[in-house]
Design a protein around this ligand. Structure first.
Ligand code: ADP
Ligand code: F6P
Length: 320
């Protein structure tokens, strides 16, 4: 029976991470375990920025964005010396199990620490939804809703001026935020790395739509494409429609988590502690077909996630 566990958040933050931390802490306490909070991800595990958590440590956080445990990127943890230092800190405090809330990079670190005997469980927390072993990652829903609200605002001003608005949304290399935001905002075009695109063709269809009475246009560009300003300039040159580029940026990573993020974070946090309770480690938790699942970390990292091309094409087909 595991007596003591730790919890940390690592890599880019995501709304809903606090709900996951709360679920991990409260579930562990309810099972009679002791829980340590580790600040700033693996950096805090190496330096010992660690504190005992109780029921009240996670009060009033379920609705807050960001992470009360703070987060960091820790280059030292990419070296075996760094991982050994973290293992020594775990031994010193009696931490037998560790819940790591983060993305792929954080799970690679968790696999290294698992190989030294600390039972690690990864919980997918990233707005990008780019983790293959799960249908859903914590923060995705909040980020998409934030992007949608911001694009709606841009649409108002775009409409008043008969303009085209080129909007870049986050997602690192993946177009999941872009395609969903695009469909929810009725975008004229969605540009992601997953589907080939051609600016000449986009400009041509825009002019055809303009000839049929369309007055304003929204083009969603995934961060992985980049060059949003250049894309806007090209569209303006080719169509003579006044065009503005907006990069939404980090505003998409903040804000109170949506209901979906709070619920999924809580489910995954609870499940992670259940695994540790059974002495299971080196796993990543996920949600598939709305069921909680878990995979060996290496297996999870080797999987690839499908892009919803169908959704992409539906959006384009009905954007008159
Ligand atoms: P994310 O977890 O969101 O993908 P990063 O890729 O920045 O974010 O990874 C977060 C942290 O995980 C890194 O700062 C580092 O400490 C650790 N990490 C990342 N990649 C590895 C790796 N290949 N081996 C060990 N640790 C890693
Ligand atoms: O992974 C989440 C994310 O917000 C990506 O969408 C984006 O590419 C990246 O993190 C930005 O990272 P940083 O906070 O280091 O600028």
């Amino acid at each position: 029976m595991i007596k003591t566990i730790g919890v940390l958040t690592s890599g880019g933050d995501a709304p809903g991470m606090n709900a996951a931390v709360r679920a991990v802490v409260r579930t562990a306490l309810s099972k009679g375990m002791e829980v340590y909070g580790i600040r700033r991800g693996y950096a805090g595990l190496i330096s010992g920025d660690i504190f005992k958590m109780d029921e009240r440590s996670v009060s009033d956080i379920i609705h807050r964005g960001g992470t009360v445990l703070y987060t960091a990127r820790c280059p030292e943890f990419r070296t075996m010396e760094g991982v050994k230092k973290a293992k020594e800190k775990c031994d010193e405090l009696g931490i037998e199990g560790l819940v790591v809330i983060g993305g792929d990079g954080s799970f690679r670190g968790a696999a290294d620490l698992s190989s030294l005997g600390v039972l690690c469980i990864g919980i997918p927390g990233t707005i990008d939804n780019d983790i293959a072993c799960t249908d859903y990652t914590i923060g995705f829903d909040t980020a998409m809703n934030t992007a949608m609200e911001l694009v709606d605002k841009l649409r108002d001003t775009s409409q008043s001026h008969d303009r085209c608005s080129v909007v870049e949304v986050m997602g690192r290399g993946a177009g999941h935020i872009a395609v969903n935001t695009g469909i929810a905002c009725g975008a004229t075009d969605i540009i992601t790395k997953e589907v080939p695109y051609d600016i000449d063709a986009i400009a041509k269809t825009m002019l055809e739509k303009k000839a049929k009475g369309k007055k304003n246009f929204v083009v969603i560009v995934a961060e992985g494409i980049g060059h949003s300003q250049e894309i806007a300039t090209m569209i303006q040159e080719k169509t003579h429609i006044e065009t503005r580029a907006t990069i939404l940026g980090h505003v998409q990573r903040g804000g109170n988590p949506t209901l979906r993020d709070r619920v999924e974070a809580t489910r995954m946090g609870y499940y992670a502690v259940e695994l540790l309770e059974q002495g299971i480690g080196n796993r990543v938790v996920g949600i598939k077909d709305n069921k909680l699942v878990d995979y060996d970390i290496q297996e999870a990292l080797s999987m690839t996630k499908e892009y919803d091309e169908k959704l992409h094409h539906i959006a384009e087909q009905i954007a008159f």
